[in-house]
Ligand binder design. Structure first.
Ligand SMILES: *[C@@H]1O[C@H](CO)[C@@H](O)[C@H](O)[C@H]1NC(C)=O
Ligand SMILES: *[C@@H]1O[C@H](CO)[C@@H](O)[C@H](O)[C@H]1NC(C)=O
Length: 430
């Protein structure tokens, strides 16, 4: 090899390291289900800071601003606070810039306590409390789907000082915001690594075998050598007109619900945006509710039709087990590849797409021989402003691709019907 060529190839190598976007198409992160009362969580791990450490983050599909807890020794030589008037602050701010000196107190010029920084409000959805702190940038390293480690020096997070017991599962140090806005991770990673503005999530139902989070366009091959993106049905991602485009939530247009093919008598008006008041209504998708939460007018209508259909097939009903209604003696229920053999539940979208929910996602085992309908009514512990908030249990072993650039959601329904599951990605990429 002559010197010119050697020089050229070294240059190329260093350029690839500085601008990983040249080759990255898809990034992969494992996601693990963690049992936690009252809210099970789906937890991922990113490598952040200098020196790099692993940081556990709870995944929140609808959140706008990613945040990490700063008050338990955030140590990093590459921590950069975002100063007022900077491009970072204007990129992140929503309404006005909240400019502060050492917002959280402590030692000046340490993470969370820098002068002249913009303070951003985010949210701890599992602990149901607001979280705020200075905006900062730091190094984040992720793995590409083809196994390379790629690094970005500039990912924005909010530096939060928070009650560590505020609902987060053990060891979790913040929330990975996957919302629809530009500061959420899907859009930040798309810019930093030159990816398409789309991401996919596949939550495993197992606590011992991880599911997958992909950033970028795929392919999303699993160990069964099957590209799941080829098996998706698409529906539009909607915008709640009362919020406009600047919120993190992913809404889809559920227009009616069927149980065993039978229409549930809920007027589509009660499923749409703006009912009962502006900012409410519609159907969103969330990873921070453990089960789908419905307003009572939707919930009771679904339970009633489900109970009728179960009577028709003579499954003995047993006493309700809170927070669930519609519980059955499971010794009388056959098992199939997609879970207990029971009436399927369909969410029918305005654009004609149908999201079918089989037994594995519609029924939860609450005791040795008791299965309950895995939906919850809006209330104190599990509240929502939406008509339907599709939660974690209903998403497990379903593959979802959020195509932010094209405002559409691709969904697979249960992968169990295709003899695979969300834990079939892990071995391939981990
Ligand atoms: C930070 O701001 C405070 C007042 O808001 C000031 O007293 C202090 O000297 C500043 N520290 C630095 C390092 O600029
Ligand atoms: C379920 O049915 C079995 C068999 O009929 C019975 O032995 C058992 O006690 C029932 N369990 C409940 C919770 O009703």
């Amino acid at each position: 090899m002559n010197f010119k060529l050697l020089f050229f190839s070294c240059l190329l190598l260093s350029v690839t390291n500085i601008y990983p976007s040249i080759a990255a198409k898809t990034l992969f992160l494992p996601v693990t289900k963690v049992l936690h009362s009252p809210r099970n969580q789906y937890v991922t791990v990113v490598k952040q800071r200098t020196p790099l450490i692993s940081v556990k983050l709870t995944v929140d599909l609808g959140l706008e601003y990613p945040w990490v807890i700063c008050d338990h020794g955030y140590v990093s030589s590459t921590y950069k606070p975002a100063h007022c008037g900077s491009a970072q602050c204007s990129f992140a701010k929503h309404i006005f810039e909240n400019c502060q000196d050492c917002y959280h107190g402590g030692t000046i010029n340490t993470p969370g306590c820098n002068n002249n920084t913009c303070v951003i409000d985010s949210f701890n959805t599992v602990g149901q409390r607001s979280v705020s702190g200075e905006l900062f940038q730091d190094v984040v390293t992720l793995k590409s789907a083809d196994g390379r480690l790629l690094s970005s020096p500039n990912l924005l997070f909010v530096c939060s000082f928070t009650d560590p017991f505020a609902g987060l599962a053990s060891g979790v140090k913040g929330i990975a915001a996957l919302g629809r806005t530009k500061v959420a991770l899907p859009s930040q990673l798309a810019v930093a690594f030159g990816l398409d503005r789309k991401f996919a999530i596949c939550l495993s139902s197992s606590t011992t075998s991880s599911g997958a989070l992909f950033f970028g366009k795929g392919p999303y091959n699993n160990t069964k050598l099957f590209d799941v993106s080829k098996a998706l049905t698409y529906t539009s991602l909607l915008t709640n007109p009362a919020y406009g485009k600047d919120v993190g939530f992913y809404y889809i247009g559920v227009k009616s619900i069927k149980v065993n093919g039978k229409l549930v008598p809920v007027d589509s008006k009660y499923l749409s945006f703006g009912y009962p008041v502006p900012h409410t209504g519609g159907t969103s998708i969330t990873t921070t509710q453990p089960y789908t939460v419905m307003q009572h007018w939707v919930y009771y209508a679904v339970v009633e039709v489900f109970v009728e259909e179960m009577e028709k097939i003579n499954i003995p009903r047993v006493a309700d087990v809170a927070p669930f209604e519609g519980c059955y003696n499971s010794t009388h229920i056959a098992r199939t590849a997609v879970g207990p053999a029971l009436p399927s539940i369909d969410f029918v979208m305005g654009d004609g797409a149908i999201w079918r929910i089989h037994g594995a996602n519609s029924m939860v085992q609450v005791a040795e021989d008791v299965l309950c309908l895995a939906f919850i009514k809006d209330g104190e512990d599990f509240s929502t402003n939406c008509a339907i908030d599709i939660g974690g249990y209903q998403l497990e072993d379903n593959f979802l691709q959020f195509d932010i650039a094209n405002n559409r959601l691709g969904f697979s329904s249960s992968l169990l019907s295709k003899q695979t599951s969300c834990s079939d990605f892990n071995l391939k990429y981990h």
